[in-house]
Structure formats: structure tokens, C-alpha cells
Design a protein around this ligand. Structure first.
Ligand SMILES: CC(C)(COP(=O)(O)OP(=O)(O)OC[C@H]1O[C@@H](n2cnc3c(N)ncnc32)[C@H](O)[C@@H]1OP(=O)(O)O)[C@@H](O)C(=O)NCCC(=O)NCCS
Length: 191
């Protein structure tokens, strides 16, 4: 783990190093700036995605999130989940996490468990690169699809739809119970 490092020069000229994270670096994901101004939110109603105006000035991680979700990420790491980090110098500015446990009717899906890029580094290609790393690793592990429980904000859902994700018709009951307001998506991994 932590070996292979790649450089990623974005169209905005930001040069970030992408590499796998060590276990002791997982707590650093909470230093990623989660701030976002949300103006519209998607709802999944009657089989359709419906966009509704809903303003929310997200200032950072929800209170208690590191304490609640940190141990979940460590457990994921311990069962061979794949963690990629994007670094500007020594600073973690984005991360993706791929689960290792197969889910889905045909047990052929892996969950993209986390994908965040710091506010001022968005729209520079890092999200696409980190998403691509998770897809490549899922393919290596033999998965046919990614499962994504997406934050319902317009920008996030659109990001996934533009990558080729679609609303899943095989909602995972456990993941749905955890995040019923999320938009549950799947992505066919190209062979
Ligand atoms: C969703 C998220 C991960 C996307 O990350 P990102 O780094 O902004 O994504 P990218 O920059 O790779 O891609 C975003 C768009 O910018 C475009 N882009 C990339 N480089 C660009 C550049 N230099 N100039 C302009 N646009 C650019 C991409 O092509 C993409 O456009 P498209 O979707 O129309 O194809 C990020 O916005 C985020 O962290 N959001 C808040 C947290 C969140 O909701 N996370 C998901 C939880 S499920």
C-alpha cells in the first residue's frame, strides 16, 4: 500500500500527486474542505429524478461525522478497501474510497464509499481522476459495476451522471437505510 504514485496535471494547471493512502493517513480526510453552496437538490420520485430548489450553505463536515464515519473507514481499510488520495505538496486535497465487499443481486458490485475534493480544488479534474482510480481498481477486483450512494445535491449528482452513472434499479437495502435521501446510482465498469 502507499506505493504507486502518479502525477495528475489538470487543465487548470494544478499539479496533484495521486497515491494510495496509508492507514494512519485516513484521519486526514477530514481536513478536506467539504464546504459547498447548494442551490438545488435531486429527489427520486416515481422512478424519476426531480430537481427542486433547496438552498444549503454547507460550511464543513456535519458535526460528529469524523467520529461516526472514521471508524467505518478504518474497518473498510482493514478488509482491503482501496483508498486513493490527491496531494498538493503534503496537503491532502481529495480522496476516494472503494469497498472490497461485493454487493448486489449478482454480487458483482463494489461501493464507491467516499469521494471528496476540497472546495478550492474542484472543477480541475481531480474528481474525475479519483473516480477513474476507483473504477480501475474495481475492474482489477473483478467487479462489473460500482454502487454509489450520492449526496443529492445538483452538482454531485450531475458529476456522476456525466461520468455515465444511472439511477440503480437494484437499491441496496442496507445502504438505503443509512442514507435514504441520497440518490442511489450504479456505473457499468467498461471491460
Ligand atoms: C463531486 C466532486 C467529488 C467532483 O470533484 P471535482 O474535482 O470538482 O470534479 P472534476 O473537476 O474532475 O469534474 C467536474 C467537472 O469539471 C470539469 N473540469 C475538469 N477540469 C476542468 C477545468 N480545468 N476547467 C473547467 N472544468 C473542468 C470536468 O470535465 C467535469 O465536468 P463534467 O462533469 O461536465 O464532465 C466534488 O465537487 C465534491 O467534492 N463535491 C462535494 C462533496 C460531494 O458531494 N462528494 C460526493 C459524495 S457522494
Amino acid at each position: 500500500m502507499g506505493g504507486l504514485e502518479t502525477s495528475c496535471e489538470s487543465r487548470r494547471g494544478l499539479e496533484a500527486k495521486i497515491r494510495q493512502l496509508e492507514r494512519q493517513e485516513i484521519c486526514d480526510v477530514w481536513s478536506i474542505d467539504r464546504a459547498e453552496v447548494i442551490d438545488n437538490v435531486y429527489y427520486h420520485e416515481g422512478g424519476e429524478l426531480v430537481l427542486k430548489p433547496e438552498h444549503c450553505d454547507v460550511q464543513g463536515w456535519p458535526p460528529g461525522e469524523p467520529e461516526r464515519y472514521g471508524p467505518i473507514l478504518l474497518d473498510c481499510f482493514d478488509r482491503a478497501g482501496t483508498f486513493h488520495g490527491a496531494f498538493e505538496g503534503e496537503t491532502l486535497i481529495g480522496a476516494s474510497v472503494l469497498e472490497s465487499c461485493f454487493i448486489g443481486r449478482e454480487s458483482d458490485q463494489l461501493q464507491l464509499k467516499f469521494l471528496h475534493v476540497s472546495r478550492r480544488h474542484r472543477q480541475a479534474g481531480l474528481g474525475c481522476t479519483l473516480f477513474g482510480k476507483a473504477v480501475a481498481r474495481a475492474r482489477e477486483l473483478g467487479a462489473r459495476r460500482l454502487y454509489i450512494s450520492s449526496t443529492p445535491s445538483e452538482n454531485t449528482v450531475r458529476f456522476y451522471l456525466r461520468r455515465g452513472c444511472r439511477v440503480t434499479d437494484g437499491v441496496d437495502a442496507t445502504l438505503f437505510e443509512l442514507e435514504p435521501k441520497d440518490i442511489h446510482l450504479e456505473f457499468d465498469i467498461p471491460v
